[in-house]
Write a protein that binds this ligand. Structure first.
Ligand code: GRF
Length: 219
């Protein structure tokens, strides 16, 4: 197999998506390896989990910098010091400037807990419930400077149930996130994704074209 791509994960909190990526990357056949985890919040639980998994984990506290650019210079230096080729944002809650994002153009992924382009921004599950949508989900996309925008690599849809709360819906979506993010990163790292402008396409369409997900179910 060709050499594994070197991935740096950015987090701000719990780090469950980070764990799913680290877990997948343990597989000998996985086309990427996680070389570092960086959090902008020193208290992030995910840092402890990453260190326990034997990954170089460090905090770069954005509050210690006078400017956004100063923080991003430090972040960029750390990523380059680790030879990072792909950034995977996983619950990273800090807006990045166009300068940083464009410096990593087509080399930075994010996971967002909605079926983009619906529900960009925060509180996605509360807003989906208020709208009465019947399917919710998550999206892995390539990061562009505008919030929660960029070429979509993969999505997963889950049903919204009548008595869902934002927390119960979030839990159902999160379980899907943990499956779709490692899969999308593998596709991307192995060269299976072709990016042209604002669209990403699969180099090879999957043969197994699953049935559509109907909710409520259709007999
Ligand atoms: C996830 O729902 C992710 O989609 C969103 O923030 C949450 C992070 O959770 N961007 P975790 O830190 O990966 O557990």
């Amino acid at each position: 197999m060709s050499q594994k791509k070197r991935v740096g994960i950015l987090i701000s909190g719990r780090g469950s998506n980070m764990e799913s990526l680290i877990g997948a990357a343990r597989n000998a056949d996985y086309p990427a390896e996680v070389v570092c985890v960086v959090s902008n919040r020193p208290e992030a639980e995910g840092l402890v989990k990453a260190a326990a998994a034997g990954i170089d984990a460090q905090a770069i506290d954005h509050r210690q910098f006078a400017s956004r650019e100063g923080f991003e210079e430090a972040l960029d230096a750390t990523l380059h010091a680790h030879g990072v080729e792909i950034i995977a944002c996983a619950g990273f809650m800090r807006m990045l400037t166009p300068g940083f994002v464009n410096g990593w153009r087509d080399r930075m992924l994010n996971i967002h807990p909605s079926l983009l382009p619906a529900y960009r921004g925060l509180d996605t599950h509360t807003r989906a419930l208020a709208d009465g949508v019947k399917l919710a989900g998550c999206t892995v996309h390539i990061v562009r400077p505008e919030l929660d925008c960029g070429p979509i690599i993969a999505q997963a849809a889950v049903p919204v149930l009548e008595h869902d709360t934002p927390d119960s819906l979030a839990a159902r979506v999160l379980a899907a996130e943990h499956r779709v993010y490692p899969h999308a990163l593998a596709l991307f790292a192995s060269g299976g994704v072709v990016v042209s402008g604002d669209r990403a396409a699969l180099r090879q369409e999957p043969i197994n074209q699953a049935n559509p997900l109907y909710w409520p179910p259709v007999d």
